[in-house]
Design a protein around this ligand. Structure first.
Ligand code: GLU
Length: 435
């Protein structure tokens, strides 16, 4: 085939990136980065280094669809940084994925790994597609071709993908297999979040939600609130939201509202979370029609009076438009970027304690690190050991940041950025710039 006839990347999904009246996730990240850089008196060169992604790759991913026609998707992988170690971060499949978003998410991974003291840099990937409209075999071909296009980027010592929005264990298994077939050896450590039978780790699936709950309990403790006297609202009932809700419920907290794409479900007497999870699983993974609660909108759900609000759905949920209406004592960011930078100061003025995403949802990458370690050792841990170590790392990270808060009289989010940027900058100084 001549070069000219190569299919061009077609924008099948033309949804715009960030909303025009809102900050882009990358701007949100940069605003917080600048603030922390000022506190650290980071020099200009270091600032530039850490603000610029190491590598941004866009690939065209042609797929022969079930109807025999070729469709070309656009895929991304951004490596923000690899100062602390090989870059690490998930891959998302969504109709509105774009380079700006992936860039922001990659940078967040850098700071996230630094916050929990995991020896990884940050990366993120995505494919612009609507996974709901693809058959399983189309998804498989899409994943394998995307992986094949990025064989020179991925690697157990280079860049290690993981699940993110709309990607799961099966997708990770295809990535692992495609990479292994091409390197002619089994390379389980090239990707994390794999099925357990294929070198995955016990506890990885629940790890993000478990980490959210560990830091939420630590925050409640600082505010002198008993978990069993707590009212909790959870936005999003995917892996992170459902596990967070379930573990808070186990702690005796009253989860008064939950939501998914079908809307919000509110019961002031508390929702029976195991029942809601069973309902969702029996109902094609949707809460639609969940009977033991009143239906409310996702917007109203965010404004409910509660002790803990866990936004575990997607970016930009709490912005300058609704931040003043938030009625929670603690926000634990289960999702990446659910609060925009221009909402931070409003929440701060209103005394809302925000446990930032780069700490709150770092449980996922922490157990990804455990998975990578286990794969490389070929020795696998019990779930109890994984959970114990996860708990310890999250707790230590919370305490470290709390100390930075105290020292500089700043918010938990600002402390997280100061801590993470300082750690990466100090490491970079030791490594120096290769010339
Ligand atoms: N996608 C997850 C995150 O945003 C996990 C990344 C990983 O485990 O590498 O933190």
């Amino acid at each position: 085939m001549s070069k000219k006839s190569k299919p061009q990347p077609t924008a099948f999904y033309k949804e715009p990136g960030p909303k025009l009246d809102e900050e882009s996730p990358f701007e949100s990240m940069m605003e917080r980065f600048r603030f922390a850089a000022d506190i650290l008196e980071l020099d200009e060169g270091m600032f530039q280094y850490l603000a610029s992604p190491v590598k941004q790759v866009i690939v065209s991913v042609p797929v022969v669809m079930d109807n025999g026609k070729i469709q070309v998707f656009e895929g991304y992988r951004v490596i923000h940084d690899n100062v602390l170690g090989p870059s690490k971060g998930g891959i998302r499949f969504a109709p509105d994925v774009n380079l700006e978003e992936v860039k922001a998410l990659a940078a967040w991974m850098t700071w996230k790994c630094a916050v929990v003291n995991v020896p990884f840099g940050g990366a993120k990937g995505g494919i612009r597609c609507n996974p709901k409209e693809l058959s399983k075999s189309e998804l498989e071909r899409l994943t394998r071709r995307y992986t094949a296009n990025l064989l020179d980027v991925f690697g157990p010592d280079r860049d290690i993908p993981a699940p993110d929005m709309n990607t799961d264990e099966q997708v990770m298994a295809w990535i692992m297999d495609t990479y292994s077939m091409n390197s002619q050896r089994t390379e389980t450590a090239v990707v994390t979040g794999k099925p357990i039978i294929l070198g995955g780790s016990q506890g990885r699936k629940e790890a993000t939600g478990r980490g959210v709950v560990t830091v939420t309990l630590a925050a409640l403790n600082k505010l002198g609130i008993m978990p069993n006297k707590t009212e909790v609202v959870v936005q999003g009932f995917g892996n992170v939201g459902a596990v967070s809700a379930e573990l808070m419920h186990e702690q005796g907290a009253k989860v008064i509202a939950i939501s998914d794409i079908s809307g919000g479900y509110y019961n002031p007497d508390g929702i029976d979370i195991p029942k809601a999870i069973k309902y969702m699983n029996d109902n094609n993974r949707s809460l639609e029609g969940f009977p033991e609660a009143d239906k409310i909108t996702n917007e109203d759900l965010l404004e409910l009076k509660c002790d803990v609000l866990i936004p575990a759905a997607k970016e930009d949920q709490i912005s300058k438009h609704n931040a003043h209406k938030i009625n929670a004592k603690i926000i634990a960011e289960g999702a990446n970027g659910p609060v925009t930078a221009n909402a931070d100061s409003i929440l701060e003025e209103n005394g809302v304690m925000v446990i930032p995403d780069i700490l709150a949802n770092a449980g996922g990458v922490t157990v990804s690190y455990f998975e990578w370690v286990q794969d490389r050792q070929g020795y696998f841990w019990t779930e109890e050991r994984v959970n114990r170590r996860l708990n310890r790392m999250m707790r230590n990270a919370f305490d470290n940041l709390y100390q930075v808060c105290d020292e500089h009289k700043i918010t938990m989010r600002q402390a997280a950025y100061v801590y993470a940027i300082n750690r990466v900058a100090e490491t970079l100084k030791l490594r120096g710039i290769y010339a």
